[in-house]
Design a protein around this ligand. Sequence first.
Ligand code: N01
Length: 570
Amino acid sequence: MPDRKACLQTRCACQTGAAANQRRITMAKDIITASVDAVIIGAGMSGMYMTKRLTDMGLKIQGFEAGGDVGGTWYWNRYPGARVDLESFDYSFSFDNDLQQEWNWTERYAAQPEILSYLSHVADRYDLRPHFKFNTRVNSAKFDDATGRWTVTTEEGDTVDAQFLISAVGVLSKPKPPEIDGLEDFKGKWYHTGQWPHEPVDFTGLRVAQIGTGSSGIQVTPIVAQQASHLTVFQRTPVYCVPTDNYKLTEELLNEVKATYPERRAISRENRYGIPAEFPTTKAFEVSEEERRAKYESAWGEKGHLLAFRMTYADVLADEAANKTVADFLAEKIRSIVKDPEIAERLIPRTYPFGTKRPCLSIAFYEAFNRDNVSLVSLYETPIKRITEKGILLENGEEMEFDAMIFATGYDALTGAILKLNVEGRGGRKLTDKWKDGPQAYMGIATSEFPNLFMLTGPLSPGPLNNMAVSIEQHVEWVADCIQYMRDNDIAVIEAQPGPEREWFDHVQELVGNTLYLKANSWYLGANVPGKPRVFIPYLGGAGGYRAKLDEVSENDYRGFTKTPAKVDA
Ligand code: N01
């Protein structure tokens, strides 16, 4: 029996046979020893598009991907109910008009299989898979001061030398173990949403425990509730959920979207959250209570979407009183859906302002608690002591028996996956040491002492605070342009300077200081991972604001970077 903790760390999910399945998808090829222009780590959306851009420029690429195929997040997250919570057609690539015209999304919020087949189509269309070695995890990357090149090795034994190292490892890709003692004693099966098996898991007739109620957990609950004989949801911090008005996309609607893609994409690139909508300028108390209420009803109703409440008024995330008007409205909605008043009260968030932990878009999450076979345990009131052979032992001495457990406990977000690569920069400097008090990254894309390393949607960039598709395209295009600039100007090595890097960090922290975000124990702050430095990691300047700043850097000859020319042979 493999060690389960190790399984979580390696994401092999072998307890359920998923690893064997992955191996069937793509057999590992021979050991690679090569010299290339760039190593790209990760074949999710960012790694795929980066590969396309650099191969179009004629660069030789070696990609490595721990999973058995392309897809990243959408390859791993196969849990029941997994679907995107931004409109599918906006959560997609915009770089090729033919691609966006030929792909027909079927639902407003596409489910995981559809997104994965879209990404598979992208990989086929641009012939990206041959550039990657799958089922292969990078375990170290070292910069050589003398040659100005990176040496990347993998757990499989590959060794590749490259001018550029590009991290495309994703922001929510290192699953966070449950951190509850005794898991190894449990005799039933258990699953983490972020490394779900490839074959369907049937919970029919089982007593199931679900731990965690973030964006993943709230999608799991209603589906598993339909199968399990009993589902017990263990909730630590309640979340704010907005209902999903999901529907099949008609040909007419799709044609309308396709015809207006140029405008949609242009607005998205400038919008605060990377979606095609106007950000409001009106503040919550500049309008009457009736007007405010009507706006909240509309944000909740059929036009509602994940970001609707954050975009009702300009000061929702900056002013406590304004924020409370949204929180009160949502609490009222929870009370109106959940029939048992005690359960409703437990589901209402009270410890942080609305929006400072990521809100969720749900299909019938609250409604699930009206079922006889679903119960809720608040971990604030009844903490877990440990996991046992039979189930879960609570601090109050009660032992609850389960056949299966689902951990929807989230991720070591934003920095976890990149730090796991064991990156060493100039003079053997370890990235883990440099970032021990929190990430330092100039413009959220590069870090001093680590030359020619680019981090796509890296820490201190907006990343997941925006539509990720918009964040990814922006970074990929900026990095491709930077490499082209280096080639055009005979620059061999580019490196962020410590001064501008510190200024960028201060700027990121200054922006968050003007908001309510620091009032929540969120993964944005690293607060969900025991021992992680408490630093606000994403940049809050918005997709448009960030774009302007990053463009300013490139338009000014990559200001804030030191550029070392290629050696000229005598
Ligand atoms: O993870 P989370 P997630 N004991 O960290 C609880 C994106 N995403 O996978 O809040 C008990 O949000 C934890 O409690 P608390 C999206 O950006 C998008 O759900 O730390 N409970 C929380 O309830 C999202 O924000 C989509 O107190 C423990 C839950 O587990 C991000 O991914 C879908 C615990 C973790 O929630 C992460 O979402 C899914 C413990 N030891 C994800 N440890 C869509 O696009 C943690 N928890 C739809």
